[in-house]
Write a protein that binds this ligand. Structure first.
Ligand code: SF4
Length: 404
């Protein structure tokens, strides 16, 4: 019988590599000339180069390569779905198994932290200033890229701490505060300043455009979607994924008795809700989604993790009705391929079926010195690493506009 693991809220599921294991893993690299892993990283973190540095014990060089290309290198090492990105391209896939690129990236970033390495330097001022709205992955990516060109960047963000989705939309056992803080520290080293607890309204965007040489709006998709065709979607006990994850993070897991939990959705966010609910002592946790097992959008790593925690998943079922007087008591689903139905007793139902643009920003258009990017406008922004890339691309466009 498979052993079910028990982890406390925020407890890490995967041990970090030590020097010996990292060197061993890097030694498996075939040093391919065409470096398919590097071609398959959306933000160009250049794993072939940093793995080579690790192989030759040049840990600072590895950290520098990562940071130069991907300012969120520490976070991405932990949360990227590597099996669909860099590790998919690895030439060792055809021999035995791919190099564990994410873990090697995390190792290099850990070395940066342990030894207090300063791998990026603040650039001399170019005399321009840019405001970035939102402190999530795309804004952080844009801010860092601009700061590297000597731009004075101020980030405005409504939350207490910077990170956006990184901090408030991912469970801490996958991405802990210390790792996010390490990435934020690297951005601050470049001279970027943060104005937290500052919610920018749609109207304020135009005011900022007058005060700054350019404005980047990278507010992302900060609201969770709810399937309003499901009867009873507004009953007490129904929550959305982002609200649930944020609440748990802000209250350090002290969010009361969840009872029996059913999560609707099959992506990484749904998996995060499942592991969080399990770690917070829910009586039972079930994940139900509309896709087949093959089409399930979650990464294998996250599916394996919730399976280890003993969470069952039910593919190819669509939600029908949330039952109960005013409060959730049960939820029924219909099979997608026949007439069968299934009902789960439930006290909490969580919708993890995708995100919608931040309120008030949905129809904002790029105009004059106002630039848009990130998940809000770039549909391919499905992963953090793709959002960082979209921020970088916006920074290149802003740099062109500012002629720097
Ligand atoms: S950033 Fe992500 S996709 Fe790119 S090399 Fe690192 S782990 Fe792989």
């Amino acid at each position: 019988m498979t052993q079910v693991r028990k982890l406390a809220y925020g407890e890490k599921s995967e041990p970090a590599y030590d020097v010996r294991l990292a060197m061993q893993e890097a030694a498996r690299c075939l040093l391919c000339i065409d470096a398919p892993c590097s071609q398959d990283c959306p933000v160009g973190t250049n794993p072939s180069k940093f793995i080579r540095s690790i192989r030759f014990r040049n840990f600072k060089g590895a950290a520098k390569t990562i940071r130069e290309n991907n300012i969120l290198g520490a976070s991405c090492g932990k949360i990227c779905p590597q099996e669909r990105l860099c590790e998919k391209g690895c030439s060792r896939c055809g021999i035995d198994k791919p190099i564990q690129i994410g873990r090697l990236q995390s190792f290099a970033m850990e070395q940066e932290k342990i030894f207090g390495m300063k791998v990026l330097e603040k650039a001399p001022s170019c005399g321009k200033k840019v405001a970035c709205i939102g402190a999530g992955p795309s804004s952080l990516g844009a801010a860092a890229e601009l700061a590297k060109r000597g731009v004075a960047v101020t980030i405005f963000d409504e939350n207490k701490e910077p990170g956006g989705l990184l901090r408030y939309g991912i469970t801490p056992s996958r991405l802990d505060d210390a790792t996010i803080d390490q990435d934020i520290a690297a951005i601050k080293e470049l001279g970027v300043t943060f104005e937290q607890n500052h919610k920018v309204s749609r109207e304020e965007v135009a005011e900022l455009a007058k005060k700054f040489d350019a404005v980047y709006v990278g507010v992302g998709l900060s609201t969770s979607k709810v399937l309003k065709f499901v009867k009873g979607w507004d009953k007490q006990g129904v929550d959305t994924a982002l609200n649930f994850l944020k609440n748990a993070r802000v209250k350090n897991g002290q969010i009361g008795d969840l009872g029996k939990v059913v999560i609707i959705g099959g992506g990484d966010v749904a998996m995060d809700c499942a592991s969080t609910a399990k770690q917070l002592g829910a009586k039972s946790v079930n994940v139900v989604f509309i896709e087949t097992m093959e089409e399930m959008p979650a990464s294998k790593k996250e599916l394996d993790y919730i399976t280890e925690l003993g969470v069952p998943v039910l593919p190819f079922f669509k939600p029908l009705e949330i039952k109960g007087e005013s409060k959730v008591e049960a939820i029924s689903f219909a099979s997608m391929d026949d007439e069968s139905q299934v009902t789960f007793k439930a006290d909490t139902v969580i919708f993890a079926v995708g995100q919608a643009p931040t309120e008030g920003f949905a129809d904002l258009k790029q105009d004059g010195n106002i630039f848009l990017g990130g998940d809000m406008v770039v549909s391919r922004g499905r992963t953090v690493v793709e959002s960082v890339q979209s921020g970088k691309e916006a920074a290149f466009a802003i740099a062109d506009f500012l002629k720097i």
